[in-house]
Write a protein that binds this ligand. Structure first.
Ligand code: PEP
Ligand code: MN
Length: 372
């Protein structure tokens, strides 16, 4: 058999590569590298899907429970590099300590990534950052397992301080006890806030780890693109049902292909023709927001008046039974108003907290610090 060796694109900077990509940047590959044959087979199929720009595969797997498959370790690096050479695609893997960094770099891995269980630990992030001093390699930083924006930013800062500035963020959702839908709750507001705080950071979405199951991956990918994410990181296995890790969430290469065909890619910049109309519609929303805020201000003033009354008559601010009734009433109306139950609950909680703050202020005028 004639072995064709391609010139693997070694990203001068991954950031530029992502920014200049005409389509959403696409990272795909198995959760774990399992055998030489499996890596070869899946990378071959992914290379045929021209949209894939970077291969992913875990070699050292951080598992929640012991006695699960913990990755094939060092030898798997060579399977990745062989497939990379053979099919002309750069490869990435997860590093969770300085030794991993050293081994991955020595093998020639093109891009490294920090997993959610690493970003959460500043000692480990620092160890990795120190190991990367003086090395020019792109690093993908997944969000920490818990919804802590500061930790995510902190990891990027630690890398930056060590001279690793070619970083890309990946949103993979946040740990949640018994979430009804997702393996990890998306909490989209957190990656959005990261982009606000670190404006130039390219942001990709990993719908595989958010969903934990195949059938949600399309909708999550579409949503990420509609939120102007710069790309996707999707787990793809040649035979998902036999995968040694994350079997429920991996797609076949064919499923990835049809997912890509189905995605609608929308423009971020508003075309001149639409600016006027869009602004008009936004103007109406602004008017409605004005009314909402006036009403909220009125409502909170009234809460303060009730606070006065409670103080005069020695009644506690929180009336648990009354609050329970209020919540039940509004939750019951969520369908009539076409609002999601989650939104109604969060909105009512926020209104209630603000109301408690107002009443605390009138009850304890001298204890201004409790206001916050
Ligand atoms: C992975 O990408 O396979 C992985 C372990 O992801 P995360 O760090 O997001 O859990
Ligand atoms: Mn995985």
């Amino acid at each position: 058999m004639l072995l064709v060796l391609w010139n693997v694109n070694k990203f001068k900077t991954l950031r530029k590569e992502v920014a200049n990509s005409s389509r959403p940047f696409l990272i795909a590959g198995p959760c774990s590298a399992e055998s030489m044959e499996q890596v070869d087979e899946v990378v071959r199929s992914l290379a045929e899907i021209k949209a894939v720009q970077l291969i992913r595969a875990g070699v050292w797997k951080p598992r929640t429970r012991p006695n699960s498959f913990e990755g094939m370790g060092d030898e798997a690096l060579h399977w990745l590099m062989m497939a990379s050479q053979k099919y002309g695609l750069p490869v990435s893997t997860e590093v969770a300590n300085a030794q991993h960094v050293e081994k991955a770099l020595k093998a020639g891995v093109h891009v490294l990534w920090l997993g959610a269980r690493t970003t959460v630990n500043p000692f480990t992030v620092q160890e990795i950052a120190d190991a990367l001093k003086g090395v020019s390699v792109p690093v993908i930083v997944k969000n920490p397992v818990n919804p802590d924006l500061e930790l995510w930013i902190g990891a990027l800062e630690r890398l930056d301080k060590a001279g690793v500035s070619d970083t890309v963020a990946v949103h993979r959702g946040f740990s949640y006890y018994n979430h009804p839908t997702y393996r990890n709750a998306p909490q989209w507001e957190i990656p959005i806030a990261l982009r606000e705080r670190v404006p130039n950071i390219p942001m990709l979405c990993d719908p595989s780890h958010i969903s934990g199951k195949r059938d949600l991956i399309f909708d999550l990918s579409q949503k990420a693109l509609d939120l102007h994410f710069d790309g996707l990181m999707i787990e793809v296995h040649n035979d998902p049902s036999r995968a040694l890790s994350d079997a429920q969430q991996q797609l076949t290469p064919l499923q990835l292909s049809s997912l890509l065909n189905g995605l609608v890619i929308r423009e971020h910049t508003v075309h001149d023709n639409f600016v006027e109309q869009l602004n008009e519609m936004r103007g109406e929303v602004e008017l409605l927001d004005d009314q909402l805020f006036e009403l909220l201000a009125k409502r909170m003033k009234h809460s303060a008046t009730i606070g006065d009354f409670k103080r005069e008559h020695g009644i506690t601010i929180l009336q648990q039974e009354h609050w329970k009734k209020m919540i039940a009433q509004r939750m019951g109306q969520s369908i009539d108003y076409d609002l999601s139950k989650e939104f109604v609950r969060r909105l009512m909680d926020e209104i209630h907290q603000e109301s408690i703050r107002k009443q605390t202020k009138v009850m304890n005028p001298e204890k201004g610090r409790l206001e916050e």
